[in-house]
Ligand binder design. Sequence first.
Ligand code: GDG
Length: 725
Amino acid sequence: MNDKLIIVSTRLPVSVSRVDGKLRFDSSAGGLATAIHSLKKSKDSVWVGWPGIASDDLTRSEKQQITTELQKRGCYPVFLTSDQVDAFYSGYSNSTLWPLFHYFPREATFVDDYWRAYQEVNALFTKTVLKFATRDSKIWVHDYQLMLVPRMIRTAQKDALIGFFLHTPFPSFEIFRLIPEREMLLEGLLGADMIGFHTYDYVHYFLTSIVKVLGHENSLGTIRIGDRLVHTDAFPIGIDYKKFENESKNRKVHAILKSFNVLRVKTKIILSVDRADYTKGIPARLDAFEQFLERYPQYVKKAVLLIIAVPSRGDVDAYRDLRATIEQKVSRINGRFATIDWSPITYRYQPVPFEELSALYRLADVMLVTPLRDGMNLVAKEYVASRSNHDGALVLSDMAGAAIELTDALLVNPNNTTQVADAIHDGLSMTRSEQHKRMKKMQARVAEYTIEKWAQDFITELKATKTRKNKTIKSLTEDQENELIQKYDNAEKRLILLDYDGTLKEFSSSPRSRRSEPTNKLRKMLKVLTQDKRNKVVIISGRKKNTLSSYFKDHNLGLIAEHGGWMFDLGRWISHSKNTPDWKNSIRPILKTFVARTPGSEFEEKDFSFVWHYRLVQPNLAYVRKEALKTKLKSALHSDEIGIFEGQKIIEVKPKRMNKGAAANKLARETKWDFILAIGDDYTDEDMFLALPHNAYTINVGMQDTNARFQLSNVDEVLRLLHAL
Ligand code: GDG
């Protein structure tokens, strides 16, 4: 099998730049690159992304050179013009989505051109992916810059296997709803088969936005979109543990450590390493350090803070402002506390080589990781992995995804300056044995779930969605359909039970809508079926008896209304159920109030039940009202015999014993049938499937978990089958 893996991310693991007029290729040995490398069992894998240089600066032959060079390294370029980089990357990605996903709505800008560029570039990425995608490819799209890609690929290739992973937090609904293009972004993601996040909180926030913005509910994290299932789960990213652990053997690292040790004799080292990003909380960290020096003056001249701030996204205003703020604070604190022979803060606004970073991790007595928000934060994990002596203390913000795994760190709220100041002190004064105990526990976790495991885990789960699809979806195969038709042909006594809405007819906006009426084609088909003397065809529905009568008055059909409450037999409607209006009197006012308060909702009273329809209600409101209604109904119903049921965009209150199961059972026992077929789509049809004999052909319409033996995707497929009969 051609098991090709296509990785799609904005940046490639190779970055192209121009130095002295010549193209230069630098590999970044980032964690993701290492992880993906471990997945690349076949040479057939490819990594699609932007090479980091604007295409307006490149000649045609240079582009060719880049493509050739990248292909040697398993990559393929998506070329972007400088305008596209500005509007798509610095613009929509980093000035709209990034601040909102990190709870900085005041930093977010909304510009139409940014959104246009975002769509355009997502389409460009998709086009490049499609060059490589075959039927058996696994496509793995990364991060917030490419949220539209899954759907775009799906549109072009219906059966593609697509995974998406978000490296940032997914914000709570109250933030997500601020995005003008929120619907399109979510729809874009739902093109994937598997959507991964760092933590369960993010999964939960995502699912909440899905139901509130698009109205799609989920079952244990799985969302049903038409005839597809979209899975969501948490996959906390790890690091290349061995790489950091083994650095202790690196001679370069030793040399750096040695030079530092001169300084270390007298001073404790507190380390801070991040991209210079406002989400990382560097100014607040400086305030906390200042307070630490105020509260614990014994550390003046005895401790230093080393700040490594790696320049990032310099063409976005907020980042330029941040640099100025950091530098003012550093200089103020140094000015306030420095002596001739000591300065409290050493500040570097530049990246450091990997060996030096490793040496610093080994050197630091306290690692200060206090982002205001962070999807995961790898620096915290890298520090843990580097402490081969099991000492040192990690002060970690509880706003970082990593806090969920590293519970033995000194966890702090980064906005609580005093708490952070105290935590620095606690870390410095912690006993060795306490440090060892905590560090070993954290090391065990980080060593266990490495970046390789993370990537393999994601891909395994992604592949499993395909198998799960085949398992949960019991699609009626061609052979099974032929067998069904043959059994039907050979049978003398046939019982055919058909649900109506969602089975023979697509749902319409309202139960009263004229569009709910059967089409002429459907009527004709039912007529042909009933004309055959060997058939007993029964429409078994939750609808009112008068509605069914008006829909099928001239037909020789059996009719069951209100899930079995009424049966049309020998030319008249009969009921074996007693109508007990008491409970209805107490429930009616509640439903009326909910209809009044919920624009778009409708309330239907039947002889034996009530239905609250919310198909037309704005999803966000529907979600809130539905939950509130269920709670209210539960407390108002005093009888165990009456149940509250959730169906396709409805809440129904009805006697529990009145269900299609009882009605179907009665019909099945009427005579000795040679062939039974039952088709339905909703929760009420499940009772019918369970009540029928094992050899009955039971068919669910849709993709949900079902007790039926087989499944068809939609109404058209049902009509096609009936036509074949
Ligand atoms: C995003 C999410 C999530 C930093 N300075 C230097 C340097 N680094 C390396 C670190 C680390 C990486 O950069 C930073 O990773 P983080 O996870 O801390 O932060 P983001 O860049 O914001 O990453 C984040 C991550 O994606 C993965 O999903 O954890 O939440 O925001 O590996 O070591 N490396 C070198 N010199 C430096 O000066 N060599």
